[in-house]
Design a protein around this ligand. Structure first.
Ligand SMILES: NC(=O)c1ccc[n+]([C@@H]2O[C@H](COP(=O)([O-])OP(=O)(O)OC[C@H]3O[C@@H](n4cnc5c(N)ncnc54)[C@H](OP(=O)(O)O)[C@@H]3O)[C@@H](O)[C@H]2O)c1
Length: 303
């Protein structure tokens, strides 16, 4: 019978929180959630321990005490603009800490599932398959590519890289926002927003992503997987879909292109993923974006 001792890092983040909630529902997983906060809100289906993955000694202690068979690294510095300006902190959390995790997994025989991003690609010819060549356009993407390389070169074969794209669906139990919540906040208070028409993504509902990661654990799959939604659209069209589902005024959404909308870090234009490999090998079935939005609306009491 499948039995895994699963250590999840970054468990207070958007994905981490969803994932520990999901894994905790299965009796075959013994889950230790870890994050930088001293405490977390847990329903008791998993344990929690503070862990900063940049502190090598604490990581070593966590491996020694919990003896994980699977480590899912959801911890990362994910503020793309901050990564551009605070490169040292970004590299420490996103690249160096992953080297430590990979080394520990290599030494102990645990599988490492490393979360990664569409921002490893330059966005010139998305949507991308798993074997496309990374070529990041910003420092965040560079740090995540370095993490991927650290995992692949650590000298063990029990590694999986799960890349994802524009994740939404944050729960009310977290202060983490996302694009959907940000837009709802603005439109419902009748503020206009500028949204780019020339950046394309395959938006990903966090609940579907968590299911995809669970499939990787259950099927003990190695290699690279693209886990995202199945619908490729511009961020502007995504914003319109959100306004439509929630019955909000879409005239408040002003189209802009990336050249007029300057941000500290460059963003790749057309990313998004082809998810055929995950569909075939993991039976990964992300739901239609509209359906996930309606469910979020029901959960928030808005539709
Ligand atoms: N969200 C997206 O749209 C998206 C898209 C593509 C890829 N991804 C990838 O998916 C993964 C999960 O992202 P997410 O959306 O869940 O991000 P998130 O909500 O920002 O969560 C990341 C978590 O990592 C924690 N963290 C940061 N540095 C840490 C450290 N040194 N030690 C321990 N924990 C640390 C953060 O803790 P604090 O709360 O204390 O800061 C936060 O809880 C990441 O690898 C990210 O690169 C996300």
């Amino acid at each position: 019978m499948l039995y895994e001792r699963v250590l999840v890092t970054g468990a207070n983040g958007l994905l981490g929180r969803e994932l520990v909630g999901l894994l905790g529902r299965f009796s075959e997983y013994d889950v230790l959630a870890t994050g930088r906060s001293a405490t977390t809100q847990s329903d008791g289906s998993y344990g929690y321990m503070p862990l900063d993955i940049t502190v090598r000694r604490d990581v070593q202690h966590a491996f020694r005490d919990f003896e994980p068979t699977v480590v899912i690294n959801c911890a990362a510095m994910t503020d793309v603009d901050r990564c551009e300006t605070d490169r040292k902190a970004c590299w420490k959390a996103n690249a160096e800490a992953v080297e430590t995790l990979a080394q520990q997994c290599s030494d102990t025989g645990a599988r490492l599932i490393q979360l990664s991003t569409d921002f490893v690609f330059n966005g010139l010819n998305g949507p991308y398959e798993e074997n496309a060549r990374p070529d990041p356009v910003n420092f965040y993407g560079k740090s995540k590519q370095a993490a991927e390389n650290a995992v692949r070169r650590a000298g063990f074969d029990k590694w999986t890289i799960a890349r994802t794209v524009l994740v939404y669906g944050a729960g009310s139990h977290t202060d983490r926002s996302d694009f959907v919540l940000w837009l709802l906040d603005r439109l419902s208070s009748e503020q206009s927003v500028q949204v780019v028409t020339d950046q394309w993504r395959t938006p990903t509902c966090v609940a579907d992503l968590a299911w995809g990661v669970e499939r990787i654990v259950r099927r003990r799959r190695g290699g690279i997987f693209h886990l995202s939604g199945a619908e490729w659209m511009s961020i502007y069209d995504f914003a319109h879909m959100i306004a439509d589902v929630f019955g909000l005024d879409s005239r408040l959404i002003r189209p802009v292109d990336a050249s007029t909308f300057r941000q500290t870090a460059d963003r790749p234009a057309k990313t998004g993923f082809i998810i055929l490999k995950a569909q075939t090998e993991l039976d990964y079935r992300p739901r239609p974006v509209r359906e996930t939005l309606r469910r979020i609306g029901v959960r928030l009491g808005l539709v």
